[in-house]
Design a protein around this ligand. Structure first.
Ligand code: AMP
Length: 542
């Protein structure tokens, strides 16, 4: 017997329809590329998304065509997302921090038909344009601008298109598995690969990230997605914001600590999301300005492991709850979020902190397991000790990469994340490394993440990367590349001594190299591959 419930496809257009119907006057505050602020609301986002959907349909695009965006988090970018996906096209967000060759590769691989861009990226667009033959239209996200018109012949202007197109548009009733958006992996090894999300996977992911044990979102929130819309769709937050009808504060290009402190205080942000390097900048700026970040109740840290010192600073100085989350491009991205269980509530603050430093538990809709080999099917114990290859399964996890015929799964249908981890009896995931970043010393594995966490807990260390250096006897030995805090006098020996009561003697790094900066990927992660190239031989030459 069949249930007797309505069958409605899960579509992204229904999010913006919901937001405009039930939260029309809730503010959307956006910092523009020129630094000015535009305040609109969900009704205006919805209206402009329909106007832009009409403009896109005049371009003669067909269902599934890719429309790329190279833009900051701002209101035009948000409106265009709903226009693109809502009308059955694929919204392809591109990371502008990639090298031009990678950008050209990605645009050609996706065969983008349209590219939308902010003014910051005009030089980049000029450079890649001759190498992207599939792109028929470039749209500048702003009002008419003579510099832009001179640089890109035939460029269209978003504000002009909006003004010249009607706000009447019927969102098509798509099949829910229709492709909606496309993100490329950060490509730290080899060429980037595309993860192609569907309307259905996006809506299910949106429900999951809003849940109390995920981001705990509601219409009362003021959300600041610092994580860029080109980094796995700002972790899905622009969709979740429409689902719950919260205020959104879009920081534009202002990702430095001082700008973020200002946005948080000025607009009373209650929840903000970003990678650890962002929070480092924010903590330093708040300390300098004396701001107490009074409105900020939760901050979400993901993309790389959250250092203990950071979580403690948010807890003790700012009374802000840090939610540590883990995910990846191939997972839309949320895989786990860290919230306590009822039985943890009577623990001491430090015991709670210890639990909350792990990557957390999966929401319903994602399943995790650890296997004893890469792409293997043999699950190991969920005992918090047995380390292995982390695999995942669920409604918003890819089964194959965009444009690739082979499926990306193990023989029994799980996706291998490339992360090395344990899962404990309560289901909490603890990542120890990326498989390729593990350090193998004399046949024993050493976790680079653990070495980094210890270094970054030292009050005089701002950032640290642990990498494998080639060693004549042990094959590989750990070394640490670190940035000192301003004015610190810490020496190599001080930091090595700091390790001595925290890990086994053979795991203590062989060397510390102090540097002024560490190369980062386009999404703010430490580029350990480059560090290995630079410093991987230092122990051989000594
Ligand atoms: P990306 O697809 O570029 O977002 O990268 C995903 C990878 O980032 C994961 O497979 C992890 O290796 C790493 N990652 C994401 N979140 C965390 C976290 N909270 N702790 C440690 N590593 C993380």
């Amino acid at each position: 017997m069949q249930g007797r419930m309505m069958q409605q496809p899960l579509l992204i257009s229904s999010l913006i329809e919901h937001a405009t119907r039930y939260h029309s006057d809730t503010a959307i505050i956006s910092k523009n590329t020129d630094g000015t602020i535009t305040t609109t609301n969900w009704a205006q986002v919805a209206e402009n998304s329909k106007r832009f959907a009409n403009a896109l349909s005049d371009f003669g695009l067909t269902l599934g065509d890719r429309v790329a965006t190279i833009a900051w988090n701002n209101h035009r970018h948000l409106e265009s997302w709903y226009a693109i996906s809502g009308s059955g096209l694929v919204c392809h967000t591109i990371n502008p921090r990639l090298f031009p060759e990678q950008l050209i590769f990605i645009i050609n691989d996706a065969a983008d038909k349209v590219v939308l861009f902010d003014k910051t990226f005009l030089p980049l667009i000029k450079a890649v344009k001759p190498h992207t033959p599939t792109v028929a239209h470039f749209v500048y996200l702003g009002a008419f601008d003579q510099d832009v018109a001179d640089a890109i012949p035939d460029v269209k202007f978003y504000d002009v298109l909006i003004a010249n197109h009607s706000a009447q548009f019927e969102w098509p009733e798509l099949e829910e598995n229709t492709a909606s958006s496309l993100c490329y992996t950060s490509g730290t090894t080899g060429n980037p690969k595309g993860a192609l999300y569907s309307h259905r996977s996006t809506i299910l992911h949106t429900y999951a990230i809003a849940l109390p044990d995920s981001l705990n979102l509601s219409a009362k929130d003021v959300m600041l997605p610092v994580v860029p819309m080109f980094h796995v769709n700002a972790w899905g937050t622009p969709y979740a914001a429409a689902m719950v009808g919260c205020t959104v504060v879009l920081p534009g290009p202002g990702l430095d600590g001082a700008s973020l402190v200002h946005m948080i205080d000025e607009y009373k942000v209650s929840i903000a999301l970003g990678v650890p390097t962002i929070w480092q900048g924010l903590l330093a700026a708040a300390q300098q300005s004396g701001s107490k970040l009074d409105s900020l109740k939760r901050n979400v840290v993901g993309g790389s492991a959250c250092p203990a010192a950071m979580m403690k600073a948010f807890r003790d100085i700012y009374q802000c709850e840090t939610i540590h989350a883990w995910g990846m491009t191939e997972m839309s991205p949320l895989g786990t979020g860290n919230q306590l269980k009822a039985k943890h509530l009577q623990l001491s603050d430090d015991e709670k902190l210890n639990i909350r430093l792990s990557q957390g538990r999966p929401p319903f809709g994602v399943d995790l397991r650890i296997t004893d080999e890469e792409n293997g099917t043999n699950e190991v114990a969920r005992d918090g000790h047995t380390t292995g290859n982390l695999q995942v399964k669920g409604h918003w996890i890819i089964d194959s990469y965009y444009g690739k015929s082979s499926n990306a799964l193990s023989a029994d249908g799980w996706f291998d994340t490339g992360d090395i981890a344990t899962i404990n009896e309560d289901g909490y995931l603890l990542l120890s490394d990326r498989a390729k970043d593990l350090i193998k010393s004399g046949g024993e594995w050493i976790s680079s993440v653990e070495l980094e966490n210890i270094a970054m807990n030292h009050p005089e260390i701002a950032m640290a990367a642990a990498i494998a250096a080639q060693h004549p006897k042990w094959d590989e030995r750990p070394i640490v590349i670190a940035i000192k805090h301003k004015d610190s006098q810490i020496t190599e020996q001080d930091l090595l001594d700091y390790y001595s009561d925290k890990i086994a003697k053979w795991q203590i790094p062989d060397k510390v190299i102090f540097v002024d900066s560490i190369p980062l990927t386009g999404t703010g992660k430490m580029l350990k591959r480059d560090l290995r190239e630079l410093y991987g031989n230092v122990l051989l030459t000594e």
